[in-house]
Design a protein around this ligand. Structure first.
Ligand code: ZN
Length: 339
């Protein structure tokens, strides 16, 4: 029956594959969920404001139990302080409610993003309202702040916000530039140290192979964004964990209004599992390190989400709900019928 000794290792439903490698490829194409059963994930960087309720449902189905939404720009510059105010208010208000309706615990970081730091007149006004929002419940850090074009104005407001974080005892979520990344990352870390921030209170984001060693050596947390259709896919992430281990490393989706994948974390966990990374290491880089770093804010209690939030889609937020006239909560997202 089985002439090929390798076939003993194969799952019968994948017998068309004559080698284990082929079987793996088929299973990966068949979906990540088979590898992530029972796993729980914490995405410390995802801009849900620009995503749909379908994404929330998919995140919940994939085992994402908690997320952090950093404040950032909207794809076009804001023209006044009121837009910032409403945006910050939505991060601690409506968006948190919307997330709860899918059983996901929602936290946020509040800050003036690097791009809009370049509008100095407006930046000054934003700086004045930041302390008010940073004191709100569920705000777990100052972020995402740092450099984009590495201008003098960006540096000025990065420094001012580091001081704010230090005063308030909050972690910092640092966006590193996509252009001239190595230099921008080194500069971001040097300035944080210059302001007396403890490296363990600073999460350096959007790392790659060029930056990771220095970030870890200096004691910072190193976050990695998995970008689809770019070089930083999750296969590279697997290699990074193989090389550097799981200490102070975390994965995020940074999903926003651009081409991005909110399921980047569960997919990466599945690939890590396939590639032989231990469950303990997977748990650290897809859950625990994000929790540990941002829990330093004193604003995260794991008990609030570890067993799942109670979902009640009949609840309202200022009279508004996620349901539209007569809708019942969606139960099986794979069903062909839309009722
Ligand atoms: Zn972001």
């Amino acid at each position: 029956m089985c002439q090929n000794p390798n076939e003993h290792k194969l799952n019968p439903s994948h017998f068309e594959g004559s080698t284990e490698e082929k079987q793996t490829a088929q299973e990966v194409d068949g979906g990540f969920a088979a590898y992530t059963q029972g796993m729980k994930f914490f995405d410390p960087h995802v801009h849900m404001t620009s995503r749909t309720t379908d994404d929330y449902q998919a995140l919940a189905d994939a085992g994402v139990v908690a997320i952090i939404e950093p404040a950032f720009w909207l794809g076009q510059p804001r023209t006044g302080l009121a837009s910032f105010k409403d945006y910050f208010a939505s991060l601690v208000g409506w968006e948190r409610f919307r997330s709860s309706q899918f059983g996901i615990k929602h936290y946020c970081t509040i800050g003036l993003n690097s791009r809009e730091a370049n509008n100095e007149a407006l930046a000054e006004e934003v700086m004045e309202i930041l302390p008010l929002f940073l004191q709100k419940e569920g705000v777990v850090g100052v972020g995402e702040i740092g450099f984009d074009d590495q201008t003098a104005a960006e540096e000025k407001y990065y420094r001012a916000q580091l001081e704010l974080a230090k005063e308030m005892g909050l972690p910092v979520q640092v966006h590193t530039p996509h252009r001239d990344k190595k230099k921008g990352t080194e500069r971001s870390m040097a300035i944080a140290l210059e302001h007396g921030l403890a490296p363990h209170m600073v999460v350096i984001d959007h790392n790659n192979e060029e930056t990771v060693k220095s970030v870890l050596d200096q004691g910072f947390y190193a976050a990695f964004t998995i970008y689809p259709f770019t070089k930083m896919g999750n296969e590279r992430m697997v290699e990074i964990v193989k090389q550097y281990g799981s200490e102070r490393i975390m994965v995020n989706s940074a999903a926003d209004w651009g081409i991005s994948d909110p399921l980047a974390i569960p997919k990466t966990a599945a690939l890590m599992k396939i590639k032989g990374i231990s469950d303990a290491d997977i748990q650290k880089v897809t859950y625990q390190n994000a929790l540990d770093s941002f829990a330093q804010s004193g604003q995260i209690n794991e008990k609030d989400f570890i067993d799942g939030l109670e979902i009640d889609q009949s609840l309202k937020f200022n009279g508004n709900t996620v349901l539209r006239g007569g809708q019942a909560p969606r139960v099986d997202k794979n069903s062909i019928f839309i009722r």
